[in-house]
Design a protein around this ligand. Structure first.
Ligand code: H79
Length: 463
């Protein structure tokens, strides 16, 4: 941490203090949050907040096996915020698109006027799920209710939903659930359990409701739990519930949510952002990759550009190579990668996302053996490579391909080696510590070498 003194206008200082108070955080933390949103996450906080970690014992839980095998999922942020797409009253609103209501302090009565405009005639569940499949993603997580409170499903507890509040009227959760079953993709539901800027007793909307009248417990009891029941009852088997921003939720409230999930669908997983370290798996910070191996079941949610919900003016797309490297980096540390798309208000996934997902799918077609069902690999902390492991096979992901025709691996006893891109055998040499390789990387992105270890020395003992 570095302490600096800066001079800012009184008005902004006042806004900052108000903002921190509304968020119940210190002014420093508020500044850090705002700045990290502008410059990327450089915070000194741990990559996995202990409050969002995995509950004790879940590491041995076989209910997670499908998720451990999956490694790569599609996140979908879609809702009314896709209409303004980052622009309000003709002005660009900075930050992530789905936060526009908050950032522009849009009153509920104004924001609600977006619902009658939401008519995503381009929506096609088969296409979205087909894209996830094509990308090699094994699960899909949809924002059924984000912080703005708008629901993408039919609910008896609000009319602020796609079914009752928009001309579109279709229950897109149902359409996606059916399509996921048809195409063999597990479906998960993002549900904002703490923040709800539309509900008077939900957390976050200080500009309409202030803090005084809040009955957060009633909101959990009378609104969140009943909606959770609907989601778990009406759409068949649910793979997981992706809660978010636990903030001040109490252990009792988290437990109540967990008990509700377990009662209705015992196999449904719950992400670590349930809060109070009660989730089935740990959740790293948004777009945050831990510095090294993490011995938990964990996941990084991440964006392809800089926003989750669609923004017209966000063209800062990560390259396919960068995205594949992130997938490899995360897998090498034992995690899952939940990669976001933000469809437009017409229901269309932006073309730059589609292109990158196709290229990732092509790479996984060649190299997926090194990712699916893998665990963190034996070599950690090297800048030029990442490793994963499956059974007795070590997968060497070469990020920085040497032109010398030789790879040196002093820490591995190699019995045989093979290139995943074309299946060809490579020649180990010098007592199994070196492999001869082509001088040009065979894969346009990350080249993977599958290595069978020498059984005699991989036992780790000598006589
Ligand atoms: O759903 C996505 C985000 O909307 C959600 N998590 C991912 C998966 C998320 N909720 N909270 N945050 C992310 C942290 C947000 C911080 C900020 Fe801000 C929002 C920084 C700038 C806008 C809050 C408001 C802090 C400063 C202004």
């Amino acid at each position: 941490m570095k302490e600096i003194t800066i001079t800012i206008p009184d008005g902004i200082a006042r806004r900052l203090e108000e903002h921190a108070a509304n968020h119940n955080v210190s002014v420093s933390d508020a500044v850090e949050l705002v700045l990290s949103n502008t410059f990327g996450s450089f915070s000194s906080r741990p990559a996995i907040d202990p409050n969002r970690s995995q509950r004790d014992g879940a590491q041995n839980d076989a209910r997670l096996d499908w998720w451990r095998e999956a490694k790569f999922g599609m996140f979908i942020h879609w809702g009314l915020y896709s209409i303004p797409a980052g622009v309000w009253d003709g002005r660009e609103v900075p930050g992530i698109g789905e936060w526009i209501m908050y950032r522009a302090e849009i009153p509920v009565r104004e924001y609600e006027k977006l619902a009658p405009q939401f008519n995503p005639v381009g929506f096609n569940a088969a296409e979205w799920v087909g894209l996830a499949r094509r990308a090699g993603q094994k699960y899909l997580v949809l924002t059924t209710k984000h912080h703005d409170g708008f629901c993408l499903f039919r609910s008896r507890h609000t009319r602020f939903s796609i079914v009752d509040g928009t001309p579109f009227k279709r229950d897109v959760v149902q359409e996606l659930a059916e399509e996921c079953r048809r195409q063999g993709i597990r479906l998960g539901f993002y549900y904002s359990q703490t923040q709800d800027w539309h509900h008077p007793d939900g957390d976050g909307n200080y500009w309409d409701f202030g803090d005084a009248s809040q009955d957060f417990d009633a909101y959990v009891h009378d609104y969140v739990i009943p909606q959770l029941r609907e989601l778990l009852t009406n759409y068949g088997p649910v793979g997981l519930i992706w809660f978010d921003t636990p903030k001040g939720i109490t252990p009792e409230q988290s437990q109540h949510l967990l008990d509700t999930v377990r009662e209705i669908q015992p196999d449904c997983l719950v992400c670590g952002r349930l809060g109070n370290s009660m989730g089935d798996y740990a959740s790293a910070g948004d777009n945050t990759i831990p510095g090294g191996r993490v011995n938990l079941d964990w996941e990084t949610p991440a964006t392809i550009n800089d926003t989750w919900g669609f923004k017209t003016n966000d063209d800062n797309w990560k390259s396919t190579g960068d995205l594949i490297t992130k997938l490899v980096d995360i897998a090498s540390k034992g995690g899952n990668y939940l990669l976001n798309v933000g469809p437009t208000a017409e229901g269309v996934i932006p073309e730059p996302s589609v292109l990158r997902l196709h290229e990732m799918g092509d790479w996984l077609e060649r190299n997926g053996e090194s990712i699916y069902g893998s665990t963190a690999g034996p070599l950690q902390g090297l800048s030029w490579c990442r490793t994963t492991q499956r059974g007795g096979t070590v997968y060497l992901h070469v990020l920085d391909w040497p032109e010398t025709g030789v790879l040196e691996l002093p820490d591995l006893a190699i019995a045989s080696a093979r290139l995943l891109s074309d299946g060809s055998d490579l020649t180990p040499a010098d007592g199994g510590n070196r492999i001869e390789i082509p001088t040009v990387a065979p894969d346009p992105y990350v080249t993977v070498i599958a290595i069978e270890l020498d059984a005699a020395s991989s036992g780790g003992t000598s006589d």
